[in-house]
Design a protein around this ligand. Structure first.
Ligand SMILES: O=C(O)c1ccc[n+]([C@@H]2O[C@H](COP(=O)([O-])O)[C@@H](O)[C@H]2O)c1
Ligand SMILES: Cc1cc2nc[nH]c2cc1C
Length: 370
């Protein structure tokens, strides 16, 4: 990688979240007038937000969801239940405001940006729409069951698309969420997870949009063969993206890297977004600090990827849609985490009696006298 590209500048700008601010937040959370730790995972998110934003009063009001769209040559091998045309059709649906992500983005008052990172169909008539970015790297990846999905230059290009989106939205955004649209994209996601988490492809592969048993077995065989043909370097995120990735997955990874460089939190959606998160973490381990896992999807590889990133998902609702829907829903809980940190009084502030640490039980009395 040459030293002066947007990607290298962004990677250089990423530093870990602030551990002193994390400690300060934890100290306050430990003193809240509740039984110790009783707000559970919301307290972990509150601590993360303080460390990410370097303040005890983080704001996550201005929410931006970016849905990265792309197509996949590997659909020719029969790995999806739906035809490729659905990718374009759903992009149109997003722009008309009638998709699931539109409803859930409205519910949480988030803006929605749709990015054509590599859709196979012609979107010319839609580019006039302000919410759609034309950043088509190519009309779909190559079929990675036959060779690499893309060139190394294209992998860098799609990463930089995501960084550009993060940077463009930065001025009006406190918190990002990732989303995806791309028929066939659970296949590259599972392949990325197998490479970067070191697991068997069969354990990381699921039914996607709804394959039956026979089609699932075919998908596993296709992906197994694709990994044997491509031989991605297991610890090199850029090589993995190049050989078995997707343009929208690279753009998601770029969005995460961009958010981390800007020191802003980013909520990760389903298996496709988490595959992007693995690529981002492989390029910059510190960027993991800026990720909040929105949910755990039904796809088996998603749990594996979240464990590898050491991230606990906020929701487990049997979702398997993508588009950013799980991340949008989780943003409600991120709002709640800020309220926990900034609005709840401590024992001292509320003048509440603290837990008695000198309780004598029959057992402790016995211990004291023996
Ligand atoms: O987010 C997820 O975990 C998820 C799980 C299964 C399917 N999807 C969505 O369904 C499409 C990919 O499924 P498939 O079967 O075509 O690989 C793509 O548009 C994804 O957004 C998404
Ligand atoms: C209809 C449809 C909507 C989607 N949204 C995300 N992936 C999708 C896949 C299909 C098939």
């Amino acid at each position: 990688m040459s030293p002066n590209t947007l990607l290298t500048q962004t990677l250089t700008a990423i530093t870990p979240a602030d551990s002193a601010m994390r400690q300060q937040a934890r100290a306050r959370l430990d003193q809240l007038a509740i039984p110790h730790g009783a707000l559970g995972q919301l307290m972990d998110v509150a601590e993360d937000l303080a460390a990410i934003t370097r303040t005890m009063t983080p704001s996550v009001k201005r929410k931006a969801i970016a849905v990265m769209a792309g197509d996949h040559g590997i659909v020719a091998a029969g790995v999806s239940k739906f035809p490729q045309a659905v990718t374009v059709e759903m992009v149109r649906n997003f722009l008309n405001g009638n998709a699931s992500i539109n409803a859930l983005a409205r519910q949480v008052d988030a803006s929605l940006t749709v990015v054509d990172a590599g859709v196979a169909g012609d979107l010319t008539e839609l580019y006039q729409h302000n919410a759609l970015w034309n950043r088509k790297v190519a009309p779909g990846t190559a079929d990675f069951s036959q060779g690499p999905a893309m060139s190394r230059a294209q992998a860098i290009q799609c990463l930089e698309v995501g960084i550009e989106v993060a940077n463009y939205l930065a001025e009006t955004t406190d918190i990002y969420a990732t989303g995806d649209m791309g028929i066939g994209n659970t296949s590259p996601s599972s392949a990325i997870i197998a490479c970067l988490c070191g697991c068997d492809i069969a354990t990381a592969t699921g039914r996607g949009t709804g394959l039956d048993d026979e089609a699932l077995n075919n998908k596993i065989a296709v992906l197994d063969n694709a990994l044997a043909i491509n031989q991605p370097t297991a610890d090199d995120g850029l090589d993995v993206l190049t050989k078995v990735g997707g343009f929208e997955i690279g753009a998601i990874a770029g969005l995460i890297l961009g958010a981390a460089a800007l020191r802003k939190p980013v909520v990760i959606d389903g298996i496709i977004s988490t595959a992007g998160a693995l690529i981002a973490a492989s390029l910059s381990p510190a960027c993991r600090d800026y990720m909040i896992a929105g949910h755990c999807s039904v796809e088996p590889g998603h749990r594996i990827a979240l464990n590898h990133l050491d991230k606990a998902p906020l929701l487990d609702l049997r979702l398997r849609l993508g588009e950013g829907t799980g991340a949008a829903l989780a943003m409600n809980l991120v709002d709640a985490a800020v309220a926990v940190l900034t609005e709840i009084a401590t024992f001292e502030e509320a003048a509440i009696s603290q837990a008695d640490t000198t309780i004598t039980t029959p057992q402790s009395q016995e211990n004291a006298t023996s």
